[in-house]
Design a protein around this ligand. Sequence first.
Ligand code: BTN
Length: 328
Amino acid sequence: MQEPDSLILRRLIGASPQFVSGTDLAKQLEISRVGVRSRLEKLREQGFDFDAVRNRGYRITRHPLGLSTKLISAFLPEELSTLPIFLKPEIDSTNSEAERLIAQGVRDPFVVISPKQTRGRGRLGRSWHSPEEGNIYVSFVFRPELPPSQMNTFTLWMGVNICRYLEELCDLRLGVKWPNDILAGQKKIAGILTEARIDSDRTRDLILGIGLNVNCDCSQWDEELSQKAVSLSQLTGRSLDLSRLAAGLINQVLKAFKQFVSGDYVQALSLDWKRYDLLKGMPIRCTQSSGQSISGVAEGIDPDGSLRLRLPDQSVTTVLSGEITLRT
Ligand code: BTN
């Protein structure tokens, strides 16, 4: 059952700029019209505002632009309105919190989201800079029953889906740097950290963590980071509504997840990768965890998600993981 405030907000946001009658809202919530009015009063105290007109009802005129569970649920499509969303005003890492919630027995799918992380984690043991500056740090938990060998393509598939969503939302041109960086030009706008717990040959729990630079000004970050990172607001010149954006992202990720587990993604990924691949035709070096590095020209991906590299002797090799640097 959806939380009553979210239900009111969903109706009002859905109808905006039209009015919704108080009687309709009262019927749907199974409360009195006075009850509706008092809920709206309480929402006003939380930064919302509404026009109230006799014989027409209510319409929403303002909502807070930060992260709010009520608003995220209200912006989600009806079928996702009961998705558990754990919003933490501050957390060490949303991926770590997701792990703790799994251990407590919370059932998938669920979402952990925060505007601030104190120990945000990146790939390869790095940290993820996570100040409270209007960004989104979010983790999704799934129990997909998939073979672990599909985890590489899972991250790539999510990468192209996130790219597509952000491109459409902000009218930008973005791309994926294999395997998990989302870039605008040469600068990183989002990173993905997929962590899985594996039982013999099945993936037990899968945590998909996304760090997205939304409203921060990365040029104010330390020199190294400010060279490498950029935010959506820097690119679009406007601040974005975080709850609306988060709801759109959640919707996209859940749809992409469904498509992935149905197996109906292979052709789409191959096409999408051609469109979003930022490395195609670039001379690169791939440094692997062993410290070994391989240089070659990037030539797209194999069906298992590994990166194809054309070597100087014109043979092709593939790498399943590693850190990519562009060679000049
Ligand atoms: C990378 O590019 O190295 C991946 C960065 C992933 C960061 C996100 S922020 C939300 C989630 N929680 C974490 O601690 N990390 C991921």
